[in-house]
Design a protein around this ligand. Structure first.
Ligand code: MN
Ligand code: MN
Length: 269
């Protein structure tokens, strides 16, 4: 059951409306890492969750995200206000201005409609908690980037609040994941193949304009070690080598033929 309280989770004040920034803010309303996506992802995970404690966590945070959506919506409405009156402002976002009458709609900053494809719901708690930690990280960095794009103090303060809450959620999801006690690399029930699971393949090698070869200090942790390049890579390398040899032979024969067609005046020169 849901209940609406007639106040915002964080009061918003916009000094000067900026429709261009309002359009950017739509990213956190109807975008891939936005508040509706977060609310739906956690809530629907929660409805399917059989673990009562973690179900409660998913419902708590899923519900808070709807409150965030409401705050972002209020900010967007304030910033979009001028597009109702002037063509040059309406041009900033014709979808909102003409189709939406200046009101809110579920589009991202590029005008693409919200989609359930944004949601990461696996039905496996240890996978979904990781999905949620990643979702919070994406929401946090999106707010940070938005904060760099406005000088409006009231807007910045609201975004600072929303950005902070995403880190709070990240902490809660991380603690819930740790509390499962299943181990950092335990996903599902089937164990990975021993040996292979610890092999790290140095599959990008050499040095050039695209970077240099290096093996990070994470090697050696959790049993991870650099292993010989696996057989399938050798097979591919061998077939490339064979192909090059064949090409060389073909070129050699062609070269001889071309040699016979050297114009006669060159021989006498
Ligand atoms: Mn949020
Ligand atoms: Mn969050």
């Amino acid at each position: 059951m849901y209940h609406h309280v007639k106040k915002l989770m964080y009061d918003v004040n916009v000094g000067e409306a900026d429709p261009r920034f309002g359009k950017m803010l739509l990213e956190q309303f109807g975008g891939a890492n936005g508040e509706l996506a977060a609310a739906m992802q956690y809530t629907i995970q929660g409805w399917s969750c059989d673990d009562p404690e973690r179900k409660d966590l998913l419902m708590d945070i899923g519900t808070e995200e709807i409150s965030h959506l409401e705050v972002v919506g209020a900010l967007i409405r304030m910033h979009m206000m001028p597009i109702k009156k002037a063509l040059d402002q309406a041009e900033q976002d014709p979808i909102v201005a003409v189709t939406g009458g200046g009101g809110l709609n579920l589009f991202n900053s590029a005008g693409n409609p919200w989609t359930a494809d944004y949601l990461k719901i696996s039905g496996e708690l240890e996978v979904d908690l990781r999905n949620n930690i990643a979702a919070e990280a994406r929401a946090k960095i999106t707010y940070e980037r938005l904060m760099h794009l406005t000088d409006d103090v009231g807007t910045k303060e609201a975004l600072q609040f929303l950005m902070t809450r995403e880190i709070t959620h990240m902490k809660a999801f991380t603690a819930a994941l740790d509390s499962l006690g299943t181990g950092r690399f335990s996903i599902g029930k089937l164990p990975p193949t021993p040996g292979v699971v610890d092999e790290y393949y140095n599959d990008s090698t050499g040095e050039g304009p695209l970077g240099k070869d290096g093996v990070g200090n994470w090697i050696g942790k959790d049993g991870l070690h650099v292993a010989e390049t696996p057989d399938f890579i050798h097979a591919i390398a061998a077939s490339i080598h064979e192909g090059e040899e064949l090409a060389k032979k073909a070129n050699g024969a062609g070269g001889a033929r071309r040699g016979t067609r050297v114009p006669s005046h060159r021989k006498t020169a």
